[in-house]
Ligand binder design. Structure first.
Ligand SMILES: [Zn+2]
Length: 336
């Protein structure tokens, strides 16, 4: 299902993400030469409705259309069909950021494609890997890594001083590439912002210009490092809303204002129709459900049991159904 290009097809420099299907038969990998041979690997549109990565990559393609890239670039344009429909993924599709080597399931054509891409890139000795995303809630721009190796933190720091280290979910692009080179996922806030497109493009350009990663650690005052300790999902089948009464769970309408803030113990997250119906699954790094460690329910009120910092909280029902409600994080001292 993968098409590999060594040259840019007609129309690629002006095509919007939603129209890529007219130019590309499906997921596509582009290899472009540059002055330094070890390529930067960039993936965009793993989620079809997150087009900042494509906007950024396209502006880099335009910038270097008639001149040599400072470093070779391998660009993967992922879910072209979902981009056409303006959705994260089509109902019958896998999530393109849960198919990469190291995931817990497999066996689909998408998993085979992800393996093929990692093998192709391994043969090219990539310099670094960057995966560009948007999210739905109110979030600052931040980078995610799956290793606290200083090179990974240097890469992440080129995008934002806010860096999140995580070990779950498995099967994400950055985790597969962490075995090959420094790798980061960057989260560029909501899609459709020119400022975000420019930020992501500037980041790609900075990566392309980097000759080598500095040897020492990133200075501690240059970095806000967090670790994801649990993933929070609504229990499948529950009827939930944001800010409107009714259903099994009514979450606060501005829940996403808590993103990247220290939320105190006792903070109210929502109202429940029935105390006996469990609202959330809270899965830790070992895959255990630790709901009762983090949340309490009393007289129909869902509260936080200990002070935590959430990330990626979203008030978009569809996004919460397809992915998760949020991640819970704690501050991490930077490794020496
Ligand atoms: Zn995404």
């Amino acid at each position: 299902m993968l098409t590999v290009f060594e040259e840019m097809p007609e129309g690629i420099y002006t095509c919007r993400a939603a129209d890529l299907h007219a130019i590309l038969p499906g997921p596509s990998l582009f290899h472009l030469p540059g002055r330094r041979g070890e390529p930067l690997f960039v993936s965009v549109l793993l989620h079809g409705n997150e087009d900042t990565g494509w906007q950024a990559a396209q502006s880099i393609l335009r910038k270097y259309r008639n001149r040599t890239l400072p470093r070779a670039l391998s660009l993967f344009v992922g879910n072209v069909a979902a981009a056409r429909a303006g959705v994260r993924r089509l109902p019958e599709q896998c999530d393109y950021n849960r198919i990469w080597p190291g995931c817990e399931d497999g066996g689909t054509p998408e998993h085979a494609m992800a393996e093929q891409i990692v093998a192709a890139m391994r043969a090219r000795s990539p310099f670094a890997s960057v995966d560009i995303h948007n999210n739905t809630g109110l979030n600052p721009h931040y980078a995610c890594v799956n290793s606290t190796d200083p090179r990974f933190l240097h890469l992440a720091r080129l995008f934002s001083r806010i860096v999140v280290y995580f070990r779950r979910p498995r099967g994400v692009q950055s985790m597969a590439f962490a075995g090959l080179c420094p790798a980061a996922t960057v989260e560029c806030g909501k899609p459709g912002s020119l400022q975000s497109d420019e930020h992501a493009a500037g980041f790609i350009d900075a990566c392309l210009h980097l000759a080598a990663f500095p040897g020492g650690p990133v200075p501690a005052h240059d970095l806000d490092l967090f670790q994801t300790v649990a993933t929070v999902r609504v229990v499948p089948g529950r009827d939930f809303r944001f800010g409107e009464p009714g259903g099994d769970i009514c979450f606060g309408c501005d829940l996403d204002h808590m993103n990247f803030r220290e939320v105190p113990r006792g903070a109210v997250w929502g109202q429940l129709r029935d105390d006996r119906v469990r609202p959330l699954q809270v899965i830790d790094d070992e895959g255990r459900d630790v709901f009762h460690d983090y949340f309490g329910v009393e007289a129909g009120v869902l509260t936080l049991r200990r002070s935590m910092m959430p990330a990626m909280l979203s008030c978009d029902v569809e996004a919460v159904r397809q992915d998760c409600l949020c991640y819970l994080m704690q501050r991490l001292p930077q490794p020496e």
